[in-house]
Design a protein around this ligand. Sequence first.
Ligand SMILES: NC(=O)c1ccc[n+]([C@@H]2O[C@H](COP(=O)([O-])OP(=O)(O)OC[C@H]3O[C@@H](n4cnc5c(N)ncnc54)[C@H](OP(=O)(O)O)[C@@H]3O)[C@@H](O)[C@H]2O)c1
Length: 256
Amino acid sequence: MNWNNRVVFLTGASSGIGEALASALAAKGAVLGLVARREDLLHEIAQKCDEAGGKARTFASDVTDATALRGSANQLREEFGHIDVLIANAGIGGNNAETRDLRPEAVKKVIDINLLGAVNSVHAVLPEMLERGQGQLVAISSLAGIRGLPKSAAYSASKAGMTAFFESVRLDTAGKGTDVTIIQPGFIKTPLTAGRHNNMPFLMELEEAIPLFINAIERKKKFAAFPWQLATIVRAGKIFPAWLYDRIASRARYRE
Ligand SMILES: NC(=O)c1ccc[n+]([C@@H]2O[C@H](COP(=O)([O-])OP(=O)(O)OC[C@H]3O[C@@H](n4cnc5c(N)ncnc54)[C@H](OP(=O)(O)O)[C@@H]3O)[C@@H](O)[C@H]2O)c1
């Protein structure tokens, strides 16, 4: 895939995976629409993208605001003609006492941002992609969405929902020129995982993970999961009977 002048609408661009993807794609010549709430950080990242050889525009939008998000996508389309790739990456871990205590407001916040924020992101780009007969939707989901993890009901549910949503969209848009790529990472060192005391098996550095994200997008993979060691274990767990899964998962101290 030639990224030169490809227009990418990237949510959650102000830190972690989003920030690193922005830099890497800018270095390949992409045009980036950077979305997040922290405008000051977005400006700094946009400047780095410009210096790296790309073009970047910033949109201080909250993904839970469907109208604002569509407005941001419209602005990007007005300036560059179209959007080639959506990367729905904005998300929160929701690793706090309120979420673990299953307080409805705390759980709702995780679902609103991680799942409905991604729905809003698709709504912001898909109609025009279908009209044009080309485009790619990329979901940054998680291995945590494959089965429920302990102490992660909200996060696991949000990522399971995200994976299912994008898979359904893929079926509904088949043959219309668009592609859907669902990426399910394990643990990556970012602000989201910083300060965690839980065991995080096969924790990856951002530098080793970013090429895997980009490879999955470039090859238009339907699914990509990494690191392979954790992906293999989690995928195998999918076919375990509940009694066996419960025994193993309740002992494991990993999450996200
Ligand atoms: N790190 C991991 O181990 C890991 C593993 C699997 C999946 N993931 C997924 O990867 C994605 C990125 O995570 P990360 O590790 O890079 O975390 P991060 O460094 O905390 O970044 C999260 C990004 O999402 C943005 N965001 C959060 N709420 C938002 C909202 N309401 N509207 C717009 N933007 C919002 C944040 O920007 P603002 O705060 O400025 O809005 C930030 O740019 C998430 O979806 C996460 O679930 C991460």
